[in-house]
Design a protein around this ligand. Structure first.
Ligand code: ATP
Ligand code: MG
Length: 257
């Protein structure tokens, strides 16, 4: 599958008219989305609106009911996993809960993929692990287990793990949920540094402060559809989109709706 690894004319990650349902309930309907290389983007939506589902579809972990998904020039929809692995390796994800392996040390977690794929000699992997842990500011935790870390440290280790294989695209699923203000600030700063280094970031969240601190462009997902796509100024000025005003500024009338 050598040719699938070649450079791309159209280097973006895209969804074309993607529909996806679970147990008869529509999660996405005719969803169009494009993340250009070098860009940064946040998908906003209430809990349960389908944000994590979008990331899983883009990674090829879920298969759409209809529509197509592209990584670069390659349409991954309908391809066996082995045939698009070369492309998927260009994307890393920081999962919603961190998803660290509890039985492994921090260092083993960060180096997991590199060890599994024997991408480098062991000494080089250990060097990369320390470099990534240092980037996120937790190199002193290299020999600890996830249970010995705070929530903020776990998130930072999860970011270090995502960075280990030097991806072009990094997906963040609710990276600041549950953190104190300093933890939120740390994660936002890390995301900004990654963007400055040329990484393309896609975040899904319902945390507006994190979104505005780290993104230039916003997509609002509501009732299985993309109802808004634009800048922060456009988002704040948009009063006609169903569900958006309540999302940006909940009122008493939003209770239990
Ligand atoms: N494996 C599954 N089986 C049944 N329903 C599921 C499954 N995975 C997701 N869902 C449902 O699909 C919908 C979208 O889920 P998803 O996790 O994408 O939402 P989300 O926007 O990421 O929510 P949150 O902000 O709480 O993380 C939810 O209603 C969820 O209950
Ligand atoms: Mg989610």
């Amino acid at each position: 599958m050598e040719k699938l690894c070649e450079p791309h004319i159209n280097d973006s990650i895209r969804m074309e008219k993607v529909s996806y349902s679970i147990g008869g309930r529509s999660i996405l309907e005719d969803f169009d989305f494009c993340l250009e290389r070098g860009g940064n983007r946040t998908i906003l939506g209430v809990s349960g609106s389908g944000k994590t589902t979008i990331l899983k579809l883009l990674l090829g972990l879920l298969i759409p009911d209809s529509g197509r998904i592209f990584i670069g020039d390659l349409c991954i929809t309908g391809l066996p996993e082995a045939d698009f692995m070369c492309q998927r390796k260009r994307i890393a994800i920081v999962f919603q809960g961190g998803a660290l392996f509890d039985s492994m040390t921090v260092g083993e977690n960060v180096g997991y993929r590199l060890f599994e794929e024997a991408l480098h000699p062991e000494e080089e992997i250990n060097r990369i692990v320390l470099e990534k842990l240092s980037f996120v500011g937790v190199e002193s935790a290299v020999d600890l287990y996830p249970a010995e870390l705070s929530g903020g440290m776990k998130k930072r280790v999860a970011i270090a793990r995502a960075l280990a294989a030097d991806p072009d695209y990094i997906f963040f699923d609710e990276p600041t949920t549950g953190l104190d203000p300093i933890g939120v600030f740390n994660i936002c700063s890390l995301m900004q540094r990654l963007q400055a280094e040329g990484k393309t970031t896609l975040m899904v969240t319902h945390d507006l402060a994190t979104a505005f601190a780290t993104s230039d462009r916003f997509t609002f997902l509501h009732n299985a559809r993309m109802l808004f796509d634009g800048s922060e100024t456009e988002l704040r000025g948009c009063t006609t989109v169903p569900g958006l005003s309540e999302f940006l500024q909940p009122t008493k009338s939003s209770l239990f709706t």
